[in-house]
Structure formats: structure tokens, C-alpha cells
Design a protein around this ligand. Structure first.
Ligand SMILES: [Zn+2]
Length: 338
């Protein structure tokens, strides 16, 4: 667990007098059922791009305007977003003003997708969404993902407003991750869907695309947020992605105005990131992402001898991971803004 990023400093990790691990119900440590409802799209026509960088498509309007971008396939097996981008390209979409870039990020990983083992094509060498910052001087790493990030960074730094499309392994309602800056929250709120917006400080393992200084610095007007559209490969995730992209293009004045969602928004700030300290992290219940635990001090998980309890009332659980390995994030805890 990391120290809270805001609010009072609670310790949520306690050692119980009596171990509860034997009493815990069997948890979902095995993989969820993985229905592959969505056929894998054929992206061969879109791999080359039109700006000299593979997978990058730049569509320009006659009227001036901001540089708006949508990225998909950060994780090679999350292809609902790629289906939506390919559809815009196939339809010959033309922005009303400014520039729209549609970017397929990790085509090398996507090329390895196999319905028999759909988890394996998340990346080739390492998670691409932990690498988005200036690489350290003299960096000796030559992973497929680092090379791709280096290739894309100068282009990414010309973007004014970005939506990064993802989906989730575990069944969950969709949410928008707004990153660490209020600019991300205001972008997510202007899109207006999904109705849950989570402001968070990212992953300790490295910066995500939406965490780049370019998007988070108070000295820049650029904004970014990240859609988690629901469970991978489901029609529901594709529908959420389509609706959110349509709304993003509309509020960015790239496409004609569309009806705005009237659903009230919930905005929550991640206060704690719970990292498994042992190889025996278990939730006491298969909580869905977005579950709100009413009372402070409620036991939610057991990590070897430690109990994990909610540090405040109305604590929101963000994307619990039921196969947490040691030193991996098991869940994030968020406080709902009133
Ligand atoms: Zn992802």
C-alpha cells in the first residue's frame, strides 16, 4: 500500500488476533470466464498510417482547431477501441475542425492475439502503459514497447486533447480514469460518460500515457483521460466505447453535437493503492469494481496475516484484481467527492 494521496492518514492494514484465512470463502483466483464475443478486427489496411509512423492516422479539417486524438491497443488484446477507430477510418470520417489523430498503439502485440490464449497478447516484452515519460539518459532497454513509445512520443506531444481506449479483464461497470490532474477530471466530466470518473495517481511501476507531463502540467492546456469500457471482448464494452468516442468527438467539436447524457456523474479520488505483500492475497468477497463499502473498518481482503479494511465510510473499490501476485496492485480505494 502507498501512503494516502489526500485526506487523513489511516492505516488500513492490521494484523488480526486470529487468522481468518481458513474461514474465507473460495475466491476467484482463477481466471474469469472469458467469452470472446467480439471477432478480432482485421487491421491490416490501417497498419501503415498516413504520417510516416506506423498505425498513426491524421485527419485534418479545413477549419482550424485543436489537435484531438484517440488511442487504442495500448494493450494488444483490448481491441474494442481498435474496432471503433477502424470504423471511423473505413467511413472516411472528416473532422469538422482542427485535426483528429487515430492511433493504433501496440500493433506488434495485437498481431499475436490468439482466442485460445487471449491474455498473452497484452504486450510483447512489457506493459506499454508504464513507459510514457522521457526515458532515462543512457537507457539500455530495447523492449518492443520502449521502441514504440520512443517512436510515438514526439507526435503525442503535439496532441491537445486525448482519449485512450481500454477494456478490463474482470467483469465491471465502465469507468473513466482521469489521472492525477484536475484537467483530466474536467475532460472526463465534459464527455459525461461513463458516469463514474476516478482521479488517480497512476501506477508505481511507471507513468501511463495520461500521466505524461504534457497532459498533467499546469503550464500546458493539454488534457487526457482513459476509458475502461468494461470486460474485454464483450459487445457491451464495444457499445460503451462507441458511445464514449461519439461523445468525445462531439464535445471536442470534431463531430456534430450529439445528445448529452443526463446521467449524474460520480467523481472519486483514489486515496490508497493496496499492493499485495504476500502471494496469498484474497478478497473476502468477489467485489465488483465500483462497489461502495458503507462503513469504515470493513474487512475486504486478507493478505497473508494482514487484514485489509476500508479506511473511511463509503469507500469505493476500483478494479479489484482477483489474481494478485506479490507486489502487484490488488485494488485501489477511492473517496467519493460530495
Ligand atoms: Zn488496458
Amino acid at each position: 500500500m502507498e501512503p494516502p494521496t489526500s485526506g487523513r492518514d489511516f492505516s488500513v492494514r492490521t494484523t488480526p488476533k486470529k487468522r481468518l484465512s481458513e474461514q474465507l470463502p473460495p475466491t476467484s483466483r482463477t481466471l474469469p470466464s472469458l467469452p470472446i464475443e467480439l471477432p478480432q478486427p482485421d487491421l491490416s489496411y490501417w497498419c501503415e498510417g498516413n504520417v510516416g509512423i506506423p498505425g498513426v492516422h491524421r485527419l485534418t479539417a479545413a477549419l482550424p482547431g485543436p489537435h484531438v486524438a484517440i488511442t487504442a491497443l495500448m494493450h494488444g488484446n483490448e481491441y474494442a477501441g481498435a474496432i471503433v477507430l477502424a470504423d471511423l477510418l473505413r467511413r472516411g470520417f472528416v473532422p469538422r475542425r482542427g485535426t483528429l489523430s487515430l492511433i493504433f498503439l501496440n500493433l506488434a502485440a495485437f498481431a499475436r492475439f490468439s482466442p485460445q490464449n487471449p491474455i498473452m497478447s497484452r504486450f510483447v516484452d512489457e506493459d506499454m502503459n508504464r513507459l510514457w515519460d522521457t526515458p532515462p539518459a543512457g537507457s539500455a532497454s530495447h523492449s518492443s514497447e520502449q521502441a514504440r513509445v520512443r517512436q510515438l512520443l514526439p507526435y503525442i506531444e503535439t496532441i491537445d486533447r486525448l482519449l485512450d481506449l481500454h477494456s478490463m479483464l474482470w467483469p465491471a461497470d465502465p469507468l473513466m480514469l482521469a489521472g492525477p490532474s484536475e484537467k483530466g477530471v474536467s475532460l472526463a466530466a465534459s464527455i459525461g460518460m461513463p458516469p463514474l470518473i476516478v482521479a488517480d495517481g497512476g501506477h508505481r511501476a511507471g507513468p501511463r500515457l495520461i500521466d505524461m507531463t504534457h497532459f498533467t502540467s499546469p503550464h500546458s492546456a493539454a488534457q487526457a483521460c482513459l476509458l475502461e469500457a468494461g470486460q474485454h471482448w464483450t459487445w457491451a464494452a464495444l457499445k460503451t466505447t462507441q458511445d464514449t468516442v461519439r461523445q468525445f468527438l462531439s464535445v471536442s467539436e470534431i463531430d456534430k453535437a450529439s445528445e448529452h447524457s443526463e446521467e449524474p456523474l460520480t467523481i472519486a479520488d483514489v486515496t490508497h493503492r493496496i499492493t499485495a505483500h504476500t502471494g496469498h492475497f484474497r478478497f473476502i468477497h468477489p467485489f465488483a469494481s465500483g462497489t461502495v463499502i458503507p462503513a469504515r473498518g470493513t474487512l475486504i481482503a486478507q493478505d497473508g496475516p494482514d487484514e485489509i479494511r476500508t479506511p473511511y465510510d463509503h469507500c469505493l473499490l476500483v478494479m479489484p484484481n482477483f489474481r494478485t501476485a506479490r507486489n502487484h496492485t490488488a485494488v485501489r480505494l477511492a473517496r467519493i467527492r460530495s
